[in-house]
Design a protein around this ligand. Structure first.
Ligand code: SF4
Length: 236
């Protein structure tokens, strides 16, 4: 595993758990609003990596204190040894939360079949249509990747584990109709978190001039869409 960052203890990254967090190196997207672009090799020279042994040494000595490992990035599913890595984490009895952009349904299915993950948080960047995704991710985002995103959504909607979808709302990129469509896509009681955008230190300088919706506007969107998704919330 290529690991660029390691937080030993966090109370905010995995609901109800004391978690360690690792940030994996590399991503198959280049979202223009990305705040973690240091982890994308084609956008930034990679810094020092964290030794996998360092992570396991800490996890082993913290058994009984740390409950969970959050695997975020970057995009964790581009790591070729993700499955054996998580298996070792599960052998320690830890709860595993995986953050993903949803482009690798095949690997996700394997992780689910082998009961290696307990919680998945997927970024739904926008409505799953190519022009909308490309506006946020760039023209290198392919139809095939979009199909994979759609497959991942369907897998997660049917999965019997904790699932969260989340969207970072940018005024210039997401209309309230888009939010409605995403709530409809995740209808029922799928946990769906609307997040405010911060233009600080983003990958594409143009996005530094873009803005978020106000907390009040996001609250209004949440209220308006409760009829189709009772579990839409905001992180504002
Ligand atoms: S998927 Fe996540 S890590 Fe990758 S570029 Fe987009 S925001 Fe950044």
């Amino acid at each position: 595993m290529k690991i660029s960052g390691f937080i030993k203890n966090s109370l905010i990254d995995c609901p109800g758990k004391i978690a360690s967090v690792i940030f994996t190196q590399g991503c198959n997207m280049a979202c223009k609003f990305c705040h973690n672009w240091e982890l994308i090799p084609n956008c930034h020279p990679m810094g020092d990596t964290v030794d996998e042994q360092t992570v396991f040494h800490y996890l082993k000595k913290s058994i009984g204190f740390v409950d969970a490992l959050v695997i975020t990035g970057g995009e964790p599913t581009v790591q070729v040894d993700l499955i054996p890595f998580i298996r070792k984490v599960k052998d320690l009895g830890l709860y595993v939360k995986l953050d993903t952009n949803g482009t690798n349904p095949k690997l996700l299915r394997l992780l689910l079949q082998q009961k290696l993950i307990d919680y998945v948080a997927m970024d739904l960047k926008t409505i799953p249509e190519l022009p909308a995704y490309q506006k946020l991710v760039g023209n290198q985002f392919t139809e095939n990747q979009l199909l994979n995103v759609k497959k991942t959504i369907e897998i997660l909607k049917d999965a019997s584990l904790q699932v969260e979808f989340r969207t970072t709302l940018i005024r210039e990129c997401h209309s309230s109709l888009d939010v409605r469509k995403m709530c409809e896509l995740l209808e029922g009681d799928c946990k769906y978190n609307l997040q405010a955008f911060s233009p600080h230190k983003v990958l594409d300088a143009d996005f530094e001039t873009y803005s978020s919706y106000s907390p009040l506007e996001i609250e209004e969107m949440i209220g308006y869409n409760k009829d189709v998704n009772s579990n839409v919330t905001g992180n504002i």
